[in-house]
Design a protein around this ligand. Structure first.
Ligand code: ZN
Length: 212
């Protein structure tokens, strides 16, 4: 894909995410790996009204070389790419149900959500909780880096998900699957549920290995 086509794709997915209320205000950010670096949504921008010409361009060492300044959360994306050479895109949202689950006291920090559906297992798998750090605290980058080598999706406590994919489409769909599963989890909280069994999960892993 050309640089122009990727910029248009970021604008299109950004608007779709915003229009469906999956992140509000100027929250959430998207990055895509390109031949000579990265394209990233700018700081202070709303995913609902991105300007393709203003999308930040970073070179292959992460230096800002074009467009507006990148999101202040760029370090989350960089930490993911550093640990996952196959990652082609990273999506970070403040999606309500995922954030709600990230604030709950009684979740398993090693794997926050139960394996409720096959698509969640195929697109997300396990989801560790990254402890809370204040915005801009570089220890957050350290904590994400430590988990990203083993997980392409993590949930930041009291904040939201960070998800890598082989492509932007892949990363967006995985983030949406995570958000929908968080919603299901909250809907089902007071009911007895029947999550997938270890055997069913192992079978899915074999048929549909996670590629990122
Ligand atoms: Zn954030």
């Amino acid at each position: 894909m050309t640089d122009t086509a990727i910029r248009d794709q970021i604008v299109r997915f950004g608007k779709s995410i915003f229009d469906r209320g999956l992140t509000a205000g100027s929250s959430g950010n998207i990055s895509v790996r390109v031949d000579d670096g990265w394209l990233m949504t700018p700081t202070g921008s709303s995913l609902g009204s991105l300007d393709p010409a203003k999308i930040s361009k970073l070179d292959d060492r992460g230096k800002h070389v074009g467009g507006d300044a990148p999101t202040k959360e760029s370090f989350l994306h960089v930490a993911m790419y550093e640990q996952r050479p196959k990652a082609g895109a990273v999506v970070h949202l403040h999606s309500v149900h995922s954030v709600a689950v990230s604030c709950m006291a009684e979740v398993d920090p090693a794997d926050v959500l139960p394996p409720l559906t096959a698509y969640y297992v195929m697109r997300v798998g396990t989801l560790p909780l990254v402890p809370y750090f204040a915005p801009g605290d570089l220890d957050l980058a350290k904590a994400v880096r430590a988990m990203a080598s083993k997980h392409h999706a993590v949930l930041l406590a009291n904040h939201g998900p960070v998800v890598a994919g082989t492509s932007l489409e892949d990363a967006v769909y995985a983030t949406e699957e995570l958000e929908e599963t968080a919603r299901l989890y909250l809907l089902l909280r007071d009911m007895r549920t029947r999550p997938l069994t270890a055997e069913q999960i192992a079978d899915l892993r074999k048929r549909f290995p996670i590629k990122v």
